[in-house]
Design a protein around this ligand. Structure first.
Ligand code: REY
Length: 393
């Protein structure tokens, strides 16, 4: 059962261009191989489209046993959690319990030092609240070891952010910050009177039947068939750290959900096809502003849009948590979806390589002449150096 307030909107009609492109499975395999060559023990991609499900794997999910990567494996999704948190928050907007342009302080009196910061500023990363994780993980492995078994309250995390100067005036600039989605978690708990885990379960996991998805904070294990995560140390050539078990308390509603590829794609497709939000709030979520100068990457409300070289636009989120890189994206009509994961992190080259799964899956067989002409017509710079840089989360 969907919550009483969930609306079923008709999905947007797929464009002819979107339905005729088949994924390039050889290219997908090549991308996964380059991801493992760049230092990921394993990598996987799972594509859903009109012809059903196609999966590709490379490498291992467990370096000790040598078990192969498995497309069904569970893993830590990092910031893809932000899309789940946004959906819950926006359902509360649909129910009239929270308003997007109301100051956060009217729901959580005195929490923030600036009454001008609104709920929408949090969801669009325009609050100016510093990201406390930059200092926390300045030294990657020591930073991780210091928090892997810790349990933080939301207020402690907000306190870490407020000890630093704010980065922008409210609303002025996009500055990605985990703090925003920590405050979103607080708003959800304030409005529902229950832990965020209950809200995710009742409003998303159960209605969509996501049996491989959970929020177990502060438990440290990933139950069932899962991939182990391996963190690269800052020192080149140093041993990988098995980072599978941790509380993820440093992220909570900004990054602590566990899921698998099938569930993430189901979630993203359901979201864009109107199964979780009323049309007005979904429109608000899909209203995007650029996150960089390439004009190919955008952020809405807890949701990214990437404009690919073939002109196809995909919606979803990226995730980085120690030991795991994730991409989960779908076309606007929800008919095609890709979730890709590599079981490593702090390895930019591996993350960039994994991002290539999007082009292989959604743009299909490379036809350079056509792609070049199309991209030029749309004013895209082809593969600018900047566009190759992986984003945080
Ligand atoms: C935190 C550091 C990444 C990860 C982060 N993740 O903010 C959130 C997100 C949930 O947006 C770590 N990097 C790594 C370092 C760099 O420690 N010194 O790569 O595992 O997804």
């Amino acid at each position: 059962m969907l919550p009483a307030t969930a609306a079923h909107a008709a999905p947007a009609a797929p464009s002819a261009a979107q339905t005729t492109v088949a994924p390039d499975l050889d290219a997908l395999t090549q991308v996964l191989r380059s991801t493992t060559a760049a230092g990921a023990p394993g990598a996987m991609a799972r594509f859903t489209g009109p012809d059903g499900v196609q999966t590709r794997v490379e490498g291992v999910r467990d370096r000790t046993t040598g078990a192969a990567m498995d497309p069904r494996a569970r893993f830590r999704i990092g910031s893809v959690t932000k899309t789940f948190s946004s959906v819950v928050l926006l359902q509360l907007v649909d129910e009239g319990r929270i308003q997007l342009d109301t100051p956060v302080n009217s729901y959580l009196p005195g929490l923030l030092p600036d009454d001008r910061i609104t709920v929408r500023h949090l969801l669009t990363h325009r609050s100016g609240l510093a990201d406390y994780t930059n200092a926390m993980f300045e030294k990657t492995v020591p930073g991780f070891e210091a928090v892997r078994n810790k349990v933080f309250t939301y207020r402690e995390l907000v306190g870490l952010s407020l000890a630093e100067p704010r980065t922008t005036e409210p609303g002025v600039e996009y500055k990605y910050s985990n703090t925003n989605f920590v405050v979103v978690g607080m708003l959800i708990e304030k409005a529902t009177g229950k832990p965020v885990a209950k809200a995710y379960e009742r409003r998303i996991f159960k209605p969509l039947g996501l049996r491989n998805t959970s929020y177990v904070h502060p438990d440290t294990a990933i139950k069932g068939l899962h991939a182990n995560g391996y963190l690269h140390p800052d020192e080149e050539g140093g041993p990988l750290v098995d980072s599978t078990e941790q509380t993820v308390s440093w992220a909570q509603s900004a990054g602590a959900v566990i899921s698998n590829a099938a569930d993430l794609s189901t979630f993203m497709s359901a979201l864009v096809s109107g199964k979780l939000l009323r049309p007005g709030t979904l429109d608000a979520m899909l209203t995007m502003t650029p996150t960089d100068a390439t004009n190919t990457r955008f952020y809405g409300l807890g949701l990214r849009r990437y404009d690919l070289s073939c002109g196809t636009q995909v919606y979803g989120h990226t995730g980085t948590v120690q030991g795991f890189y994730t991409y989960s994206f779908t076309t606007r009509d929800g008919s095609r979806a890709l979730t890709a994961m590599a079981n490593t992190s702090n390895r930019g080259q591996a993350n960039t390589a994994l991002g290539g799964t999007l082009e292989a899956a959604f743009c299909g067989k490379p036809t350079p002449a056509k792609a070049t002409a199309k991209a030029a017509a749309r004013g895209f710079a082809l593969a600018p150096a900047e566009a190759d840089l992986p984003e945080r989360g």
